[in-house]
Write a protein that binds this ligand. Sequence first.
Ligand code: HDE
Length: 744
Amino acid sequence: MTKNGKPAPMDPMKLATTSPQQRFEGAQTGLAGRDARQETAKTQDLIRDSRDPAPGMTNNQGLGISDDQNSLRAGVRGPTLLEDFQYREKMTHFDHERITERVVHARGFAAHGVFESAGDHSDLTMANLFSEKGKQTPVFVRFSTVMGSRGSADTPRDVRGFSVKFYTDHGVWDLVGNNMPVFFIHDAIKFPDLVHAVKPEQNNEIPQAQSAHDTFWDFASLTPEISHMLMWTMSDRAFPRSFSTMEGFGVHTFRMVDAAGASRFVKFHFKPEKGVHSLVWEEAQKMMGKDPDYNRRDLFEAIERGDFPKWTMGVQVIEEKDEFSFGFDILDPTKLIPEELVPITPLGTLTLNRNVDNYFAETEQVAFCLSHIVPGIDFTNDPLLQGRLFSYLDTQLRRVGPNFAELPINRPLNPVSNNQREGFGRITIDRGKASYFPNNLPGPDGARGLPMQQPDSPAAYRTVFERVDGHKIRARSSSFDDHFTQATMFWNSMAGWEKDHIVAAFSFELNQCETPEIRIAALGGLIAKIDPDLAARVAEKLGIDLPAAIEAAPPPAFVAFAKPDTMPSGKRSTAASPALSMDKPADSILGRKVAILIDAGVDGTKVKALKAALNAEGAVVHLIAAHGGMVKAADGTMLPVDKPAPNASSVFYDGVVVAGGVDPAKMATMGLVKAFLAEAFKFGKAIAAFQEASPVIQAANLPDVGKNGAPKLGVFIGDDVTAAFIAAMKTPRFRNRNVDAVAA
Ligand code: HDE
């Protein structure tokens, strides 16, 4: 351990000169007697190697630096000398600091954690991380937006990446998923088109991180397979309240394989402990300006204060005999399997418990590849999955370089041994003469012929034995030709307010398009085929005649489908799947944020009691005043202000309490306070006020809220509002307010 209590970093020289086997064995020694959590902490440290910083400044060659503030000059007012190797090393290193940003998912945020198996799942898979109850496997999880560049905001309307790197005993497994269970397209060959369409337009690089523009909707209106995914991206799922309140999905159908070689189809799921909650669009828009780092800050702070985000990881299991019984093709990535049809089998818990030490070294350099797989998991012939298998390795070779797997964040914890050699930035010092297989020369330790293939090892990978035959053909299976059934199912599964938000989203997006024909094509060619009510409501907001739009819509782009001999049997169903709706109350207020508005002369005892009660429930409480520093309470105690009002914003909080001050009438005249309350009301949040602060609520003019608040509307005024307020915070939003009347 170092002085500050952090585990001592590994010695870089030791890392370079010890073999992976030695490193691995080193990691295993001294573990006896420790509990599983310590063991995971230890393995997490292996992912954490860094240079031990020396107290004295040196250059990259270890040369001591006497003055880092002045360049070497010819005379104090003269030119800088070319001889200044110290300046040149520092500046050229700086000039090379950036690596290319990811072509999609450029903006990301990640944390370390652990997966703990809930039991022995060897009946399903031989993947060793699921082999026994309590078994812990270190993980690194990166969340991301898709469209925006690295410097964009956290809360645009977009899909969120949910990538999990499991450092298993049998190698690294990357499950590179999203927060939505389906995708825009069937075939990876269309991915560059999709991404070009949604990214900023090529003539002017506008707009950033938005799908609300001509090129995206032009592409979408000609691509009917997109319709189900559009329903997800037009819903509030597209701006999660927190990374810890969003679901994760593997999207494709994968396989799990047991030790006997038997395989089953699976869909991976992560269910958040805190429930699924999202922002609303106006809130998300405001946040992009007020705190573009909202989601990443929330995750970082939660982990720092020990509120570790958790998900239950599970799988939907489909026996091979049931492959064709769903009415859609389970290899089609635009389809989900309703949880009501195939419930989720829980496998264990994913917990994030440690922030990165260095964003670049870890979050930026982490290289996820769908092809990083472990024994017990296998791929299917989903054409999107097959295409991704190629793209991820290719992109990491370009972005991070051929030795990306040697970086601490990407290295497996178990030994690596093969004949791959050299390339930019090679860290391993490969010893001995032979770098080929087979060989019969002695290696560094005298043994001959290493490394050997491992035909009998349970740690060695074997692809599932599957017979595949067919014509060489550029065509899609006819079992992929149903584009609308599940889009309609999604619409049917939504609560009234969720439908309202989807209508508003389609309308907003299409009204942003500059070319009228694109609006007509999307409405008549796509939305009209999902649901007539949805289409009529969007048509009204666009000011377009629906029957005329249906008439005028261009045909979709040509796609070759095979003749319908591969159609699975089973009934297509648009019946609602309740699991898709977010209209559910929360079990707790863990991690929820509350603003308490205070002014000089406030009842400090009541404020402290309320804060303590909220903290006890796991909520985060900020005291907000007109200024920073301290506020003097009525009893003379000083209350520290967490945020001055101009730096805070109602949209950052899930609930607000007006505690008031000696002069509520003064507070009632403050525009910032009124705006704070109006926004909280508009976005359906719980609101409360101490009795003495009721004039402030009156002055905010919240529709239908009388003198004593309006409990049904989620507004409470009284001497003790604590219990009512906490209960109200579990209602994600109060939808019964007349929000159209609120100017916010
Ligand atoms: Fe990706 N995707 N993708 N994608 N994807 C990338 O890899 C790609 C797809 C996803 O946190 C890239 O390292 C193709 C589906 C996530 O670092 C790239 C296709 C799903 C991340 C790439 C897809 C995803 C990526 C860009 C169509 C959900 C962020 C940078 C066949 C199941 C990973 C990189 C991270 C990143 C290609 C479609 C999720 C270019 C070709 C479907 C979460 O390789």
